[in-house]
Design a protein around this ligand. Sequence first.
Ligand SMILES: Cc1cc2nc3c(=O)[nH]c(=O)nc-3n(C[C@H](O)[C@H](O)[C@H](O)COP(=O)(O)OP(=O)(O)OC[C@H]3O[C@@H](n4cnc5c(N)ncnc54)[C@H](O)[C@@H]3O)c2cc1C
Length: 398
Amino acid sequence: MSVHVIGAGLAGLAAACQLTELGHDVVVFEAAPHAGGRARSYFDKQLGCRIDNGNHLLLSGNISALSYLHRVGARRSLLGPAEPIFPFRDARTGERWTLRLNQGSFPWWVLARARRVPGTLVYQYLALRNLKHAKPDDTVARLFGGSGNLYSKLLKPLAISALNTMPEEASATALQAVFAETIERGGYATLPRWARIGLSEAFIDPAIDWLRAHGAEIHFSERVTALQPGQATVIATPPWVAAELLPGLTVPTEFESICNIHFKYQMPPGEAGFWGITSGISEWVFARPEVISVTISAANRYLDIAPDDMVRRVWAELVKLFELEADIPPHRVLWERRATLRTTPAQMALRPNTRTSIPNVVLAGDWTNTGLPATIEGAIRSGNAAAMALMKPNGKSL
Ligand SMILES: Cc1cc2nc3c(=O)[nH]c(=O)nc-3n(C[C@H](O)[C@H](O)[C@H](O)COP(=O)(O)OP(=O)(O)OC[C@H]3O[C@@H](n4cnc5c(N)ncnc54)[C@H](O)[C@@H]3O)c2cc1C
């Protein structure tokens, strides 16, 4: 069968790989001159090095992402500590701690004071079970009361980074979906991972090479504006493009931004290579070989701050937290305005299923109804699901 895939982000690439492996003739159309969509690397002339459009953190429980890397021969392209550790620093008090999960599935780490969140008691972790009973309209803050050390030092940073939405608005069921596949399964599913060299080197370039080596066609700078009648197609574009291609399709309509600031500065990686930051503007800090990269998720709340001001504030935070030189080094601000959908209960309800009203046209993308938040894992899983749905035209919808 001949299949067209529209969009060469991770969802489109995953669908293309799956379909190619199943022996279909795949043609990928990508509007940009390069693949990767919201997960890509490029050479930044001002900084004189390659950077990612944004730091992307995965966990070892992201099995679809890991299988995808395995398929395209890039399973060694991720990096991260051997243990499930998450070092944190608080921007207001300077307090430092490291969350140290244990490898197995029984969470005995909560019993050891030095491993858990400072200022928390063992019994308070029982509240995490509330997630299992979350209802579709529950928010993270409402479910956990929105105060206390467990909330402010663990649940809030997790919700902001995994859901890219402030916990007062973020869907608790979406957080549960992440918990169920990582923390609940134990430390071995919660090892932090990121691209060793860059996102393109890990997730994109190997997939393009693999697809071409297996006979798929890839056309760059080809924006698709209409579907070809009768043609089996995977629409793997952003939601607003999918709604243009398929009038009447219901899609999420609200988005959150993510701001990444890359500073040309070398800093020792510490025991994990990254830190979570609480009570500040920065959310995650990565010590990469040539740059310090700072991620600020759910960044719509900062949209009225000028980028230069943001740089000043973030650098001042880093100087204080990591004892760096006061002069601001060369830097690049990358502010992705529509980084992900807003993971609110209302927006979650607008996510469409894989199948559409046209039998041989299916949807893929992190914004479809994957059950997961808009992440690499969700995007890849949606691509796999789209490929399988085309294989079973009369099957049940996801
Ligand atoms: C700054 C940032 C940080 C992030 N951090 C993380 C993280 O830490 N962990 C994590 O798991 N996820 C993270 N994400 C989310 C992750 O990047 C996305 O979930 C994933 O890349 C989405 O892939 P996709 O294929 O669904 O969509 P996209 O990447 O948006 O791909 C859609 C593709 O369709 C193409 N296209 C659009 N219109 C047309 C057309 N008419 N014809 C042809 N092609 C078209 C686009 O050019 C694009 O390449 C982050 C995202 C951003 C932006």
